[in-house]
Design a protein around this ligand. Structure first.
Ligand code: PLP
Length: 391
């Protein structure tokens, strides 16, 4: 048999992401299961955005697009970032349209990470980051944020910066957070920026939930440190556009030039008509998220109160659409076994916390990007399961 690449085998060995795929595969085989696993809005893409995509196809915008992105979308992204972060990004040299945040983060990390470099990944976190760093030949180091209620504080980060010194190439900051729903404010982000300012360290800022921010004004670490930040964002969550596969990245010019090389060889460009739809979203759809956000807040409150009554400890998320709940003492403390058991017996699928990093053991992530009636039914099933386990 022909051998797989040794690098791929070794580097991905300790990455939990694969388990997420296996778990989803398993839960999809159970009839009548309620999925609280998925990080995908159940809303459809707003009508005017769909029409912009349809119109683009009608107008034969179906050829290759410029590799960095269409002029229209690059300008729309630049305008959006100026309005939301106050930072001026030149559309032609400092922005890149990507195949979602997933591709943007992958291209960025592959462009900046050298063999042996360390990337600090505050955990629990969305699974791509440890995988991307490993694929790039670097060493992902999990920074356990649980002592600070899952907030990244200078006290948490400093020892890691001291321990790994010059080997640290980047710090990942996902804000608001998947899986915890924590949203750090500008003062907290400024404090993190101060720690790396002037050092040879990037901040890789994932702000995909920037619109789903329930309390007050959205903060952005690029406001604090644009010269060292690689900002990745996209339209999947805020505009209910997961299947369109479109996002963008903004960074200093020379950094974008290098990331562009990875992007151009990996995906060439993002579909032309998809970019037309994304331009419509960022230009005329800035308020589209509001009714969705209202619905998420209602669902969050229902889910949180039901879980608390059952004995799960959870704080109210300030953004995104997940509750990261501590497993009550009377249930199996192995998060993975428990999630499989809940799926089989209660027909409720929710993601084991350890799939987001080691410190997520003893937690389960519940997504509330699901209709309210389904959430209510899931909570009824789960309450019965908990009652049975207590016996
Ligand atoms: N970043 C975070 C923090 C996420 O939670 C997700 C999806 O769950 C993504 C990125 C994926 O984004 P995209 O659909 O733009 O690739």
């Amino acid at each position: 048999m022909v051998e797989m690449s040794k690098h791929m085998r070794d580097s991905l060995q300790n990455v939990p992401s694969q388990k997420i795929f296996d778990f989803s595969q398993f839960t999809s085989t159970i009839d009548d299961i309620i999925q609280l696993t998925i990080g995908e809005p159940d809303f459809n893409t707003p009508e005017h955005i769909k029409q912009a995509g349809i119109q683009a196809i009608e107008n034969n915008h179906t050829h290759y697009a410029p590799q960095r992105g269409t002029t229209g979308l690059l300008k729309a992204v630049s305008g959006y970032l100026k309005d939301t972060t106050g930072v001026d990004y030149d559309p032609q040299t400092q922005i890149l349209v990507t195949n979602g945040v997933t591709e943007g983060a992958f291209a960025a990390l592959n462009a900046i990470v050298n063999q042996g470099d360390v990337v600090l990944v505050p955990t629990p976190t969305f699974s791509i980051y440890t995988a991307d760093v490993a694929i790039a030949g670097g060493t992902p180091v999990e920074v356990d944020t649980s002592p600070a209620n899952f907030r990244l504080t200078p006290e948490i980060l400093k020892p890691y910066l001291a321990k790994y010194g010059d080997r640290v190439k980047a710090v990942v900051v996902v804000n608001p957070s998947n899986p915890t729903g924590v949203a750090m404010n500008q003062v907290e982000l400024d404090a993190i920026a101060d720690l790396v300012r002037g050092k040879n360290i990037f901040i890789l800022a994932d702000e995909i939930y920037s619109e789903l921010w329930y309390d007050g004004q959205a903060a952005s670490i690029t406001k604090s440190l644009p010269e060292q930040t690689i900002l990745v964002n996209g339209l999947s969550k805020s505009y209910a556009m997961t299947g369109w596969r479109v996002g963008y990245l903004a960074a200093p010019k020379d950094v974008v030039a290098n990331i562009f090389k990875v992007h151009a060889f990996a995906v060439t460009d993002v579909s032309t008509f998809v970019q037309d739809a994304a331009k419509e979203a960022l230009t005329n759809g800035r308020e589209d998220y509001r009714p969705m956000e209202e619905a998420y807040i209602k669902r969050r409150d229902v889910m949180k109160s039901a879980l608390s009554k059952m004995g799960w400890q959870c704080t109210a998320p300030q953004g995104a659409f997940y509750i990261f709940a501590r497993i009550p003492d009377f249930l199996d403390q192995d998060d993975e076994q428990l999630a499989y058991d809940m799926a089989k017996k209660a027909k409720v699928a929710a993601t084991p916390g350890s799939y987001f990093g080691k410190c997520g053991e003893h937690y389960i992530r519940f997504s509330y990007a699901t209709a309210l009636d389904k959430i209510q039914e899931a909570m009824t099933r789960l309450a019965k399961y908990c009652a049975d386990q207590r016996k």
